[in-house]
Design a protein around this ligand. Structure first.
Ligand SMILES: O=C(O)c1cccc(C(=O)CC[C@H]2O[C@@H](n3cnc4c(=O)[nH]cnc43)[C@H](O)[C@@H]2O)c1
Length: 228
């Protein structure tokens, strides 16, 4: 099994890298062997541009059997606690399009993209989770990927009305696009660090979200490697 684990920033998967440093055989700066599982770690950068380029290059060269993206996210759902985990089954590109006076239109609305053109299902990038060696028991979430973190009532209402999202990140859609296009089974794991609201960074629980994210990531990778 060749597994890719990717994150936007090293901060988000530092405990996982520490686990690999202690529990696995280090092959190079970014490659490890854990039992019969070869693990590549890719810090792809924040945002869809960095993620798409890093992943596109990596998937073409390394051809992993599975890719796992781990990161923190904002939640639209107040009933989901900070630090709780989801796996994303549906991604929307929520701020790529055109402004028509005070209305936002995405690329499907203005007919530059057609619904269900590959690799889209309708207007979403959908993970069926087919081909994965294991699937954690986590809530499934619809996600929007944005370049501009949502922080106004108007934007939040627009996203909720249009996409009915549970969570928001800055990379998920690029990850889904790259994996669907390359035909590589994939899993996007997100831990909720904040609610999507008018920006107040003092309320974010990044250390808690990173802890729960990495506990789950380690557990999943141990399962894939046949260690639990
Ligand atoms: O200081 C800020 O305003 C700020 C805004 C968004 C993200 C950050 C980060 O430091 C984390 C980068 C990372 O986190 C993901 N993320 C987390 N929460 C959200 C969100 O509410 N909306 C979109 N992305 C979020 C994102 O995927 C970034 O890679 C700081």
């Amino acid at each position: 099994m060749k597994l890719l684990v990717t994150a936007a920033t090293i901060l988000e998967i530092k405990p996982f890298i520490t686990f690999l440093d202690h529990q696995s055989q280090r092959i190079s700066d970014t490659q490890y062997r854990l039992a019969n599982c070869y693990i590549d770690v890719l810090i792809a950068g924040i945002g869809m541009m960095h993620t798409a380029f890093s992943l596109g290059t990596h998937l073409a060269v390394r051809k992993p059997d599975m890719a796992l993206q781990a990161g923190i996210a904002g939640s639209f759902r107040r009933e989901w606690q900070l630090g709780s985990l989801v796996m994303v089954d549906r991604e929307y590109l929520a701020d790529l399009g055109a402004e028509d006076n005070d209305q936002f239109k995405d690329l499907f609305d203005i007919n530059l993209w057609q619904p269900s053109q590959p690799p889209f299902t309708g207007t979403a990038l959908v993970n069926t989770f087919a081909g994965l060696p294991c699937l954690p028991e986590l809530p499934r979430a619809t996600s929007v990927s944005v370049n501009l973190v949502s922080g106004s009532a108007q934007t939040i209402t627009r996203l909720e009305t249009r996409y009915m999202p549970d969570v928001e990140s800055m990379e998920g859609a690029a990850f889904h696009y790259a994996c669907l296009t390359s035909g590589i089974p994939f899993l996007q794991l997100r831990s909720i660090s904040n609610y999507v609201e008018i920006r107040d960074k003092s309320k974010w629980k990044i250390p808690l979200a990173i802890k729960t994210l990495n506990d789950e990531l380690i557990s999943i990778v141990q399962t894939i490697a046949g260690l639990s």
